[in-house]
Design a protein. Structure first.
Length: 118
């Protein structure tokens, strides 16, 4: 099984940028569809962006379209979330999510805090 490990969170001002990283621990992400989710205080966890290695399909939530970009490296050991033009409402804990292809198994990272000040 794979264990996602996030990094790159921090404090940024409105309009700033951050790049989150998700590293594969234990094996590569090649057998998984990858996604980023986030959870703000008092709110449910929500989908942010996803990437499928086969065909390179990418999906974004409407709230981040045009601002966030998900990508991965060729070795399939890293997944990134480039976040531009950040807003205070983007403040949340961001989680990396791996879904094993052909099964119901999913794996979550421990999360990384992103705080956007106004």
């Amino acid at each position: 099984q794979v264990q996602p490990v996030e990094s790159g969170g921090g404090l940024v001002q409105t309009g700033g940028s951050l790049r989150l990283s998700c590293a594969a621990s234990g094996r590569t992400f090649s057998s998984y569809d990858m996604a980023w989710y986030r959870q703000a205080p008092g709110k449910e966890r929500e989908f942010v962006a996803a990437i499928s290695w086969s065909g390179g399909s990418r999906y974004n939530a409407d709230s981040v379209k045009g601002r966030f970009t998900i990508s991965g490296d060729n070795a399939k050991t890293m997944v990134y979330l480039q976040m531009n033009n950040l807003k205070p409402e983007d403040t949340a804990i961001y989680y990396c999510h791996a879904r094993e292809l052909g099964s119901a198994y999913v794996y979550w990272g421990q999360g990384t805090q992103v705080t956007v000040s106004s």
